[in-house]
Design a protein around this ligand. Structure first.
Ligand SMILES: [Zn+2]
Ligand SMILES: [Zn+2]
Length: 248
């Protein structure tokens, strides 16, 4: 008898390496975010190297296992810790949007690592994807940003840096790429500071329409949005303090 094989998807943890709050005093807090997806994919690097290195040491993270670094967008609070990581490593892939600054690209290229400029949605490691470049507006100019998507055992997880192009725009793009997969979790910066509560509620409606089971706005999401999401999601609100991990 032949059993029909069900495709096995990844099960992993996303560890919070940097944010503005932590579960222990020995962990360095600051502005920006950094997430370790599984053992080998680092997403964003927070505001500075020494803080990120302190936290990886405290959390017993093996930096030699990192193969890919994805940078959401070219802002100091997401790129700041990258340079100390690149100094310690060689031959890792650094995924950047083509719209990042020349200075950023030059700095990566002058390390012993590889700059990968990706415009399109693509898989970078088993079941781990980058959205590719999405255009947003920031202080009257263009900002280019990408998010990470994991097509895991529990469904789709979307992790964002600042979501300058708009969290809804990012989720719409992911929906188009995976029309038949359920959403599981969405967390990271949602860029909702100074938004009217009405707008925050309409964004939560989109989350619920898409079937997002867990949500964790943090960083530039703003206190108001965090509170409204916490109320709406209850036990399914994802806390993203340094030292915590999200099972996906
Ligand atoms: Zn930010
Ligand atoms: Zn930003």
């Amino acid at each position: 008898m032949r059993l029909k094989k069900k495709r096995k998807r990844v099960k992993m943890q996303v560890k919070i390496l940097f944010n503005s709050g932590s579960i222990e005093e020995s962990l360095s807090i600051g502005w920006g975010v950094s997430f370790l997806i599984g053992d080998s994919v680092l997403f964003d690097t927070g505001e500075k190297g020494p803080s990120l290195l302190n936290n990886t040491k405290e959390m017993k993270i093996d930096l030699s296992l990192i193969q890919d670094v994805v940078i959401s967008h070219d802002h100091w609070d997401h790129t700041g810790g990258l340079w100390d990581i690149l100094k310690q490593r060689q031959d890792i892939n650094v995924y950047a949007c083509p719209g990042f600054s020349n200075e950023f690209k030059r700095k990566v290229e002058s390390s012993n690592n590889h700059l990968v400029e990706n415009r399109d949605f693509m898989e970078i490691s088993k079941d781990i994807y980058v959205t590719g470049e999405i255009r947003g507006e920031y202080q009257g100019g263009d900002i280019f940003e990408q998010a990470v998507v994991v097509d895991g055992d529990k469904g789709l997880t979307v992790i964002t840096g600042c979501a300058h192009p708009g969290i809804v725009k990012i989720l719409d793009l992911v929906r188009k790429e995976f029309p038949a997969r359920p959403f599981y979790a969405v967390f990271g910066g949602f860029h909702l500071m100074n938004q009217h509560p009405r707008n925050i509620h309409s964004i939560i409606d989109v989350f619920k329409d898409l079937g997002v089971k867990k949500a964790g706005p943090t960083h530039c999401s703003g206190t108001e949005a965090e509170n409204v999401f916490r109320e709406e999601y209850g036990n399914n609100f994802i806390s993203t303090k340094i030292g915590e991990a999200v099972s996906i």
